[in-house]
Design a protein around this ligand. Structure first.
Ligand SMILES: Nc1ncnc2c1ncn2[C@@H]1O[C@H](COP(=O)(O)OP(=O)(O)OP(=O)(O)O)[C@@H](O)[C@H]1O
Length: 759
């Protein structure tokens, strides 16, 4: 099951009437025009070219809250009561209507997805209780928290009770747990409305130039539904997430405080985008831990139905931001989610639960996690797609739809395309108050993961759960190991640069928790991105660091240098294109436009770049890597370290990690032994040639049959080859440098090969 991604175009606001709009909704040829599924948007460089993005559904400007709810959210209620988990989240740039979609306005017609979902849940509760003549009791409990500036705050607690560092989060059996979160039993819709309104007053919002009531935090509401019969207790959860919107700070005119919030928002969304990218590319390492939001959401690792509502403003002024969001949504569609029902717990097997207690679900056994990175059907899907492309067949959609095939509610299109909604008048949002410091007594452990949580007192796990947990741990360990291997400095990463990265990391450690340390973290990430050759991401990180060091000329210089490098690279690519024009179809996902793009567009995937272009610019890339090495870096870094605006004590340096030595392999059937660096294909022994032939076959069965290689490693090798777009591994040295493979593995593979093969 994939994430179901739908798009919603918001109407023009009063002050936007008459402005230029560029986003249109379309239906695929021959399909019902009342139910569009395509968003079309012109290229930022040339209006004559356009890009189109396919969604499960597209809701146009005139679509009402009721239509969106009936089409997308209402069908999930059945799944929830069947014991499945549900996650609905709104994503989009600031001011595109996320809060309107999730929370909505005060009038009945304006109510958003959350109050409508709760209304549906309570209706179903009453029906079940009536149908079973009271034999089944249904309880609803709520948790509501926000992630503000990478800190977690309980929205059921008033701001005065907040601690500056927020609620701690911990790892428990690989799942993230928020310590001390309130769980409120809530028995009626009226009670919910009261609680929800009160809690929303605690949410951090402020006026920005782009939105008078801009949410400065990600808000997550977890609705726990517990159905208790005489013999069973079944718990399922609906998580509703209103993400804060990404902001292009050149358009916001944000002051320092807003800029700091904005950086935190952008950083977490950037990490979210990276996680989505990593998941959709089936990478072994998903960078969840780089932000609290992604740590808590564990997007793609939840079981159940996930619906992402992409909010879009149709205006030209949002052009690049909209493209960036569309690219993000396009990647999110490829995330596969295992749909698993939460099994009922037989009451006689466990101590009866006090269902009204906030710990009602504490003793429930959760479904084991199924790491998606290992989901073979996802890989298979991609391969099938590639095959189809090769044979010219029309690719199928990159996402699947629900098994209980449902259609979006028909939408009338006779309403004028102008703003039908009145600007929200609710005044219950109020300014962020990060300064409140009063502490509060710690509460019992409650998890905040949107769909699956662990409690301290867990019952004995079933055999299947234990096996799943072990499998998960093994996956994690393998991923860690692969990460360590991958973290071995690539040849382009000089010792000097590595030392500086270590140094910066130390400075951050020394200042952990401090505002400036956040700035330094961005600096560190910038360096790491640059070290990996990801100049665009590096630039984004530098820009995010700027609000922490306002007016710092050195940092500005770095940003400018980075922009220049990107521009130069793009110019070179453009020149290459001019000499070898590539026709761009009007119906494609856009490739990244880096030269003029704001940070948000820089988040777009780079992989759409034409291979042709790559080979033409390969030489240029190499020279950039050189430029990247010690000389330029050391100039920048030395000035940074001495810059008085960075008041950090020099922390003691970590002992330098010894650089990974290149492995030495011996071809036993040849007299001479030689290092990999000198191993040319024509000098290779038959054993080596045979090994490389197996690797280059990319046949998982053959590869996993090699000594010391299991299914996972074979998968990782094949994944790595396709990720790196390496056509062929030509020598053992290159093989040893693949993710998850080391010198010893290569030696094992070789020595394990029997010599009676034929060529
Ligand atoms: N579908 C809609 N119909 C009517 N008005 C809408 C709609 N969507 C958004 N709006 C209006 O647009 C404005 C911005 O919406 P909203 O505050 O929900 O944006 P947001 O994406 O949550 O922004 P931020 O990320 O800054 O919090 C609000 O005044 C809201 O009432």
């Amino acid at each position: 099951m994939s994430v179901r991604v739908v798009a919603r175009i918001r109407p023009l606001l009063k002050n936007e009437l008459g402005k230029d709009t560029i986003v249109t909704a379309e239906s695929p040829e021959g399909e019902n025009i009342a139910n569009p599924t395509i968003i079309r948007i012109p290229s930022p460089k040339n209006d004559a070219e356009s890009f189109s993005f396919q969604f499960s559904s597209v809701y146009e400007q005139q679509a009402t809250q009721q239509q969106l709810f009936d089409g997308e959210v209402a069908p999930t209620v059945k799944h929830l009561f069947n014991g499945g988990d549900v996650c609905v989240f709104a994503y989009g740039n600031t001011g595109t209507g996320k809060t309107h979609t999730m929370r909505g306005g005060k009038s009945l017609a304006d109510r958003g997805m959350i109050p409508r979902l709760l209304s549906s849940i309570y209706r179903r509760c009453r029906k079940i209780e009536k149908d079973t003549a009271g034999a089944t009791q249904v309880e609803v409990a709520l948790e509501y928290f926000e992630i503000y500036c990478d800190r977690v705050f309980d929205l059921f607690e008033p701001p005065e009770k907040r601690t500056p560092s927020g609620l701690p989060i911990r790892d428990n059996h690989g799942k993230t747990v928020i310590v001390g979160l309130t769980e409120k039993p809530c028995t009626t819709l009226k009670e919910f409305e009261h609680l929800y309104d009160q809690a929303n007053m605690n949410r951090s919002t402020s006026a920005t130039k782009l939105n008078a009531h801009s949410s400065r935090s990600h808000a997550i509401l977890c609705v726990k539904v517990t159905q208790t019969t005489e013999t069973t207790v079944r718990v399922s959860r609906a998580s509703c997430i209103d993400l804060a919107g990404s902001e292009d700070n050149r358009r916001t005119d944000n002051n320092k405080e807003r800029l700091v919030e904005s950086s935190a928002i952008n950083k977490s969304l950037f990490v979210l985008a990276q996680c989505v990218e990593a998941i959709s590319k089936k990478q072994t390492r998903i960078p969840y831990r780089e932000s609290k939001m992604t740590r808590i959401l564990s997007l793609g690792q939840n079981n159940g139905l996930t619906i992402m509502i992409l909010n879009i403003a149709p205006l030209r002024s949002y052009h690049l931001d909209t493209l960036s969001s569309l690219n993000f949504a396009n990647r999110t569609k490829k995330i596969e989610v295992c749909e698993v029902e939460n099994e009922p717990i037989y009451r006689q097997m466990v101590k009866p639960l006090a269902v009204t207690s906030s710990l009602g679900g504490a003793n429930l056994t959760r479904q084991p996690l199924r790491p998606l990175t290992a989901a073979h059907n996802a890989n298979l899907h991609d391969r099938v797609e590639t095959e189809k492309k090769k044979t010219g067949e029309k690719p199928v959609k990159a996402f699947s739809v629900y098994s209980d095939t449902r259609k979006a509610a028909p939408r009338t299109s006779n309403v004028p395309a102008q703003n039908q909604g009145v600007r929200r008048t609710e005044t219950n949002k109020r300014a962020a108050d990060p300064g409140s410091t009063l502490g509060r007594p710690p509460k019992t452990f409650r998890t905040a993961d949107s769909t699956s949580r662990y409690r301290p007192a867990e019952p004995a796990l079933s055999k299947a759960s234990i096996e799943a947990l072990i499998a998960q741990r093994i996956d994690e360990k393998l991923a860690e190991k692969a990460l360590q291997d991958a973290a071995v400095p690539a040849p382009a990463l000089s010792e000097e640069l590595q030392r500086r990265l270590d140094d910066l990391e130390h400075r951050i450690d020394a200042k952990d928790g401090d505002e400036k340390s956040q700035g330094l973290q961005f600096m560190l990430m910038a360096k790491q991105h640059r070290a990996r050759g990801e100049e665009a991401s590096a630039l984004r990180m530098l820009q995010m660091a700027l609000p922490f060091f306002p007016g710092n000329e050195k940092l500005k210089g770095k940003i400018k240098a980075s922009e220049d490098r990107i521009r130069a690279k793009k110019d070179a690519e453009r020149n290459a294109l001019v000499s070898a024009p590539v026709s761009i179809p009007t119906s494609t996902v856009p490739s990244t436009s880096l030269s003029m793009a704001p940070p948000s567009i820089l988040m777009a995937p780079l992989r759409a770049e034409k291979k042709q272009l790559k080979s033409k610019t390969a030489q240029k890339d190499d020279s950039e890597d050189e430029e990247f090495a010690p000389v330029v870096e050391s100039e920048h870094d030395a000035s940074y370290a001495s810059d008085s605006s960075f008041k950090f004590k020099k922390a003691a340096r970590k002992p330098k990690k010894s650089a990974k030595k290149l492995p030495i392999f011996r071809d036993s059937n040849e007299e001479a032994s030689f290092t990999m660096a000198t191993t040319q294909p024509d000098e290779q022994s038959p054993r080596t040639t045979h090994l490389l032939k197996i690797i280059n076959s990319r046949d998982i069965n053959q590869i996993k049959a090699l000594k010391g290689v299991g299914t996972k490693k074979a998968d990782a090798i094949v994944g790595c080859l396709s990720e790196m777009e390496v056509e062929e591994v030509r020598d053992l040295e290159s093989l040893a440098l693949l993710k998850g493979v080391g010198g010893r593995t290569v030696e094992n593979m070789r020595t394990g090969l029997s010599m009676d093969y034929s060529f």
